[in-house]
Structure formats: C-alpha cells, structure tokens
Design a protein around this ligand. Structure first.
Ligand code: SF4
Ligand code: ZN
Length: 313
C-alpha cells in the first residue's frame, strides 16, 4: 500500500512514499523514488523559471541544443512549460567541427526536436567561420581549444538566435557549470567576466538575453532525469576537454561536494546574491560598447573576440 508518510530514517524507501528509491540526495538527506524524483525535478525547474521571471507569454525562445544531456533536458523542460505558457521554441545546434565527437550528439538533437515537434537549426563552424574547430586547433597547437570554442559558440548562438528573431536564448548550464564558472573567474581574478555572466549587462538589441533554467539543478540529477525520461545519452567526451582549466575546477568542486554536501548550491546562491553588487560596480565599463570594425557586432574592443581569435588566428 502506498502512503505519503515520509519513510523512517535508516530505511531505504523514498522519503515521500514507501517505494524503493532510485536516488539519494546528500545535500537534503532525502531518498526519492522515480515518481517523486521527477516531481521534485520539474517543480524546481518551473520555480527557477518563475522566480527569475525568465519567460513570458509570447516569447520566442532559441534553445542552445548540443544534443548532450543538459540541453536535451532543458528542451524537454521548456516544451513542458509551453503547454501552459504559450511561447515559441526553436532549437539551435552549433556543429563546431570536432571529428568523432559532434556527429552523434547532432543526431540525438535532431531526434529530440522531432519527438517534441520543435524546429531545429544547425550552424556549422566550417560554413559560418570558414574553419572547423579541428582546423583552428591545428593552426595553433599551443593554444587552448576551449577558449576558441567558447568564443565561436557564443558568437554563432547569438547570431543564430537573432536571425530566427528570438527574444531569449536558453542554455543548458546546470548548477555544476555555474559553480565552476564562478570559481574559474575568481581564480583568474576576472570579476568583470563574472559580472558579464550574470544579468544581461549589455543592453544592446544585437545581444539576445540569455536564460539558464537549470542553474539550480545539479548535473548528476540532470543525468538521472534524462535516463528516466528515455533521452538517449552519449558519453563520448570532447577530445579537447582534457586541456580545459574547467576540468581541474570540476574535479576540485566534486571532491569538496562529496565532503561537504551542498557546497555547489552555496556557491551559486552566493553568486546570485552578489549579482547586484557586481552590476553596480562593473555595469558602466561592461556597457561601454563599440562595434567590431570587421563584422559590426557589439564588442568591447576594436575587433570582437570572434574576428580576433577565429577569423584572424
Ligand atoms: Fe568546445 Fe572545449 Fe567543450 Fe570541446 S570541451 S566542445 S573544445 S568547449
Ligand atoms: Zn567581429
């Protein structure tokens, strides 16, 4: 018989009912069965969207869809919200041109869009920037691949979202990603970048405001949700990931989380609390925009990062 009474401590039942749990969340000391896990997950997703006023009726939202678990779960979450909040969704996938890595996730992205009835645009680096990531890496063997890739993707996503006339760009950054980004910027002493990462500081119609509905959802839970929902997962790692500073920070934060559960939530909540202060201190210089003399996109320098790093490297 099912009951809604919490399971007594020390037993391996869902903390909400008597079913066997599929997950234990150490930061809240709770077990969840499949049904209650999904319920908790969806509720948190909707609450994050509502509390930060991320979406409004009539929005046209571009969804950055790599085909990895985070972006696929994001797409499902937004498709669910669309049932009660009329809005349009269009997915954009950037094909960076990394041999043996992107082709499988591209296929998953296509399948998920078809399954949910969402339009899908694919932009390839080779076509848009005239060079694939593999070619860029070859031309600068001592460079850091992810710094090129980040610039490339941000640029193409923004441009793609603008071309499809989206007024928001949703990305699948989860709690772990945000905690890592906060730490990386602190460790590199780049508070200005952190300020830019927060609220859309640059008020220019050429920049499509970003929303991150998974920012309060741990990566592990995104993976469990994807599995339960039958979203195909691809475990191929990008061949350039090992060069990333992020990998080091990820390892460090995972170790800390294991010892002190809830640390990642605390980092992200601190960041959200600091957003206004960051805005107050850096908005003036962050908003001092000029336009790239080569491509005409908003930039903080004569040449934007895309033209400097990708087109002229
Ligand atoms: Fe791009 Fe780096 Fe991610 Fe690979 S690991 S897809 S190079 S950002
Ligand atoms: Zn430019």
């Amino acid at each position: 018989m099912r009951t809604n009474q919490p399971a007594p401590k020390g037993t391996s039942s869902c903390s909400m009912c008597n079913k066997p749990p599929i997950v234990f969340l150490s930061y809240s000391s709770k077990h969840f069965c499949e049904q209650h896990f999904i319920r908790m997950f969806d509720k948190r997703f909707r609450k994050t969207v509502r509390e930060s006023k991320m979406l409004r009726k009539g929005d046209r939202v571009a969804v950055a869809l790599s085909g990895g678990k985070d972006s696929c779960v994001l797409l499902h979450g937004l498709a669910e919200i669309r049932k009660s909040l009329p809005m349009e969704l269009v997915a954009i996938t950037i094909d960076e041109g990394i041999a043996g890595y992107r082709s499988k996730t591209l296929e998953i992205a296509r399948t998920e869009c078809e399954r949910l009835g969402i339009g899908h645009v694919v932009l390839s680096a080779k076509k848009e920037a005239k060079r694939s990531m593999d070619e860029i890496v070859k031309s600068d063997p001592d460079g850091i691949p992810c710094s090129y890739c980040g610039v490339l993707r941000r640029y193409l996503l923004n441009q793609g979202a603008r071309e499809i006339k989206a007024n928001k760009l949703a990305t699948g950054h989860n709690l772990d990603d945000i905690a890592q980004t906060v730490f990386m910027n602190i460790m590199r002493n780049e508070p200005m970048r952190l300020a830019r990462f927060s609220t859309p500081i640059v008020r220019d119609p050429k920049f499509i405001p970003r929303i991150r509905p998974l920012l309060k959802t741990p990566e592990r839970e995104v993976a469990i949700y994807a599995m339960v929902k039958g979203i195909e997962l691809e475990n191929i790692e990008c061949p350039y990931a090992r060069f990333a500073f992020r990998s080091h920070v990820r390892k460090m934060l995972n170790e800390t989380e294991e010892k002190y559960p809830g640390t990642k939530f605390k980092i992200v909540n601190s960041f959200l609390d600091m957003e206004d202060a960051l805005w107050a201190k850096y908005s003036k210089s962050a908003a001092a925009l000029i336009f790239c003399k080569s491509c005409g996109e908003p930039s903080s320098n004569e040449l934007c990062m895309f033209c400097k790093k990708i087109m002229q490297a």
